[in-house]
Design a protein around this ligand. Structure first.
Ligand SMILES: [Mn+2]
Length: 245
């Protein structure tokens, strides 16, 4: 959550593309499980009752800057939140109906019509079908194929607007190879990166903030911070070894 806040302070006009089997948008009022990992988007949007413990989280994201792809395990309460807030979501049904190419295009058109906003890509590995991506603690069948997952990454990379990447996965021992390929797809247009680590409550998340943004993409591009990259972030698969805490 802190990385989102930091990121939105840096890129206030950013959009979020959330690739996930889940919406993670339950509020403190609607959650049945009480799991915090099901609520981060609600906090970012400022939905639900205020809780003192989380009063430091300011709503930073507007509903029309958020789009989902890959949904297939969504609570009824979350569906209502999506409807009430007019949040665009492409479930697996839309992927079946339109094909992944069209879905990504429609998703980009919704949050980034002129292709001029920085993109924060949050890619939960559970968006992919568990047969190709078992590195999740919450497997949901009938997900994206490996190619569909890669296509999303390639298409977003091609925009040249990727500014932050958050890959979320659980049982990382199963995910190294696949995550590396996803990462390579994404970073082909972003050779320099600033590795940030984070650890959501029930999964391991790695947020990569990619620096610098492409030329002319933003009015005030941040200065590169290559010197701050840990050595492990520039040496291939080693970046995925070990549990990130
Ligand atoms: Mn998920």
């Amino acid at each position: 959550m802190r990385r989102y806040i930091k990121y939105f302070r840096k890129y206030p006009d950013a959009c979020v593309m959330y690739i996930d089997a889940h919406t993670d948008i339950n509020t403190v009022d609607t959650t049945e499980s009480g799991n915090m990992h099901g609520m981060p988007i609600a906090f970012l949007l400022g939905l639900g009752s205020k809780v003192d413990e989380f009063s430091w989280i300011k709503p930073l994201l507007k509903a029309d800057r958020l789009v989902y792809i890959g949904l297939r395990d969504v609570d009824a309460s979350e569906k209502k939140i999506l409807r009430d807030n007019n949040i665009k979501a492409f479930s697996m049904r839309e992927v079946d109906k339109y094909g992944i190419g069209k879905v990504v295009e429609m998703a980009l058109d919704h949050v980034n019509l002129n292709r001029d906003r920085p993109i924060h890509l949050s890619f939960d590995i559970d968006a992919l079908d568990p047969t190709v991506a078992p590195a999740t603690g919450l497997p949901v069948h009938d997900g994206l194929t490996s190619r569909e997952g890669h296509y999303i990454c390639e298409a977003i990379s091609e925009t040249g607007l990727l500014a932050a990447l958050d890959i979320v996965f659980g049982r990382e021992q199963y995910g190294d190879g696949l995550l590396l390929r996803v990462f390579e797809s994404l970073t082909s247009n972003a050779p320099r990166m600033d590795l940030k680590k984070s650890a959501p409550a029930h999964s391991v998340g790695i947020a990569y903030t990619l620096n610098p943004p492409p030329p002319d993409a933003y009015a005030n591009p941040p200065s590169p911070r290559l010197s701050s990259i840990p050595k492990s972030a520039t040496s291939g698969p080693r970046m995925y070894k070990g549990r990130v805490q």
